[in-house]
Design a protein around this ligand. Structure first.
Ligand SMILES: [Zn+2]
Length: 445
């Protein structure tokens, strides 16, 4: 994790429409209590990590907000320790003025940029209490906020609610090349990702163990196009046209980069819908060993998108404050996800179909693998996997034309597949023959 190098502080007034200034006052008083408690425990000689976890457990703010408030209080103590030889005084152990609430965007507060340029806010004043309204401020600060929303190099960071000059204000930080990533230990939703050469499958499970949703994003043309570039380059090498070869390489790199960029953006968008998600990948070092590479060509087609896609997804997720983690991928593709069964055999999987040879559980193989990635994570974290008997009946398969300008599903719209047999889908969906072909190839290729 990098520390903040380029941070701008933007200041806005709050026009409150829902909730009240009293709610914010309650939040700031709780922030003061957290700050004072942190100082009290520090005086008693507590370890700072213990202070944090204890205070977070007992606070009336959402965990993330409490952590940021404790960090702020500990930061003040740290500054004192660094400077006490120069005569700095220890912070007062007890303050009686209010203390700012510190919040992460997307967690303790959220801003919504409207088409007409107004910015709505939602602040979680205390657990379950939301204060909403519009921001008020200078055009310059609105411009910078807009940039933070629209430019990939910038992001909207932490904000503080303060009472100043007789009004409630929000101080928003926008940061460049830095990110505050939530701790994976605070995750409410665990999203397992199974990356394949032609698709990326996702499954989201709550801490309670219920599968919230799943999706499969396909990118068939990435592979096709890369094959095309490879062939083109080979031809040029034979003809010794090295200058052109470089051009093709650049073209190919840009093309692949563009595809991965679009797919990873879709993935992060999908993940962002869940409460406090953590993204879990299969560890690539282990994965490389488990993949059956055929030829040198296969190696080229496989290795780059795997690594690059995971990196891009986790980078984009980090900008959104979403942490990533990885697990050992051993047997995630072969193991039955039913906790009662867990039968593991190579024969359980046939291309895109998974059918447990023991209990006959069936599913889309990649979606099921994503579920197993989540189970692996639970096992790593808690040594325990929530009980699972069945998965939601439908797998959402989203196909996109990678060369197209848009980032949405293809001309068929989102293709829904049941994850069972293509014939079954044919009857179930009652769609035209052409579309069935798409579904069939989506599931079985
Ligand atoms: Zn089974």
């Amino acid at each position: 994790m990098q520390s903040s190098k380029l941070t701008q502080n933007l200041s806005f007034g709050l026009d409150i429409h829902t909730g009240s200034g009293d709610d914010l006052q309650t939040g700031c008083l709780e922030a003061r209590r957290i700050r004072n408690e942190t100082n009290r425990l520090d005086r008693q000689g507590w370890d700072w990590d213990d202070i944090k976890s204890t205070v977070v457990d007992n606070a009336d703010h959402v965990n993330n907000t409490t952590q940021l408030i404790v960090d702020k209080a500990l930061g003040e103590l740290e500054t004192y320790h660094d400077n006490k030889d120069d005569g700095w005084r220890r912070p007062y152990p007890y303050i009686d003025e209010s203390y700012p609430m510190v919040m992460n965007h997307g967690e303790g507060y959220r801003l919504f940029l409207e088409d007409d340029g107004t910015v709505r806010f939602r602040i979680t004043a205390t657990r379950g209490t939301h204060v909403k309204g519009d921001l008020r401020g200078s055009p310059d600060h609105f411009d910078r906020l807009q940039t933070a929303f629209n430019d990939n190099e910038w992001r909207v960071g932490t904000a503080e609610v303060v009472h100043k000059h007789n009004e409630w204000r929000l101080h928003v930080t926008v940061t460049h090349e830095t990110h505050h990533v939530a701790s994976k230990h605070d995750a409410d939703t665990i999203v397992g990702i199974d990356v394949n050469e032609d698709c990326i499958a996702l499954a989201a499970m709550s801490q309670g163990g219920s599968v919230e949703d799943s999706a499969v994003f396909e990118y068939p043309s990435v592979k096709e196009h890369r094959h095309e570039f490879f062939t083109k380059r080979k031809r040029m090498q034979k003809a010794e046209q090295t200058a052109f070869e470089t051009v093709v390489q650049t073209e190919e790199r840009d093309y692949v980069h563009d595809c991965l960029h679009k797919v990873s953006r879709k993935v992060v968008e999908w993940v962002s819908q869940f409460s406090a998600p953590v993204i879990v990948f299969e560890d690539l070092k282990d994965m490389r060993e488990s993949i059956d590479y055929g030829t040198r060509m296969n190696r080229r087609l496989h290795s780059l998108p795997f690594a690059a896609l995971q990196e891009m997804v986790s980078y984009k997720a980090a900008w959104e404050g979403i942490p990533s983690d990885d697990v050992n991928p051993e047997y995630t593709s072969q193991r039955c996800p039913r906790t009662e069964c867990q039968h593991t055999a190579r024969g359980n999987r046939h291309k895109k179909r998974f059918k447990c040879q023991q209990c006959e559980f069936q599913d889309h193989a990649d979606r099921k693998a994503a579920v197993c990635v989540v189970q692996e994570w639970f096992d790593d974290q808690y040594g325990n996997v929530p009980s699972l008997d069945r998965l939601p009946g439908r797998v959402r398969v989203m196909r996109r034309a990678a060369s197209g300008a848009g980032g949405g599903p293809d001309s068929h719209g989102a293709v829904f597949a049941s994850g069972v047999t293509s014939a079954g889908e044919a009857r179930a969906s009652g769609q035209a023959r052409e579309k069935l072909k798409t579904v069939a190839s989506a599931v079985q290729d």
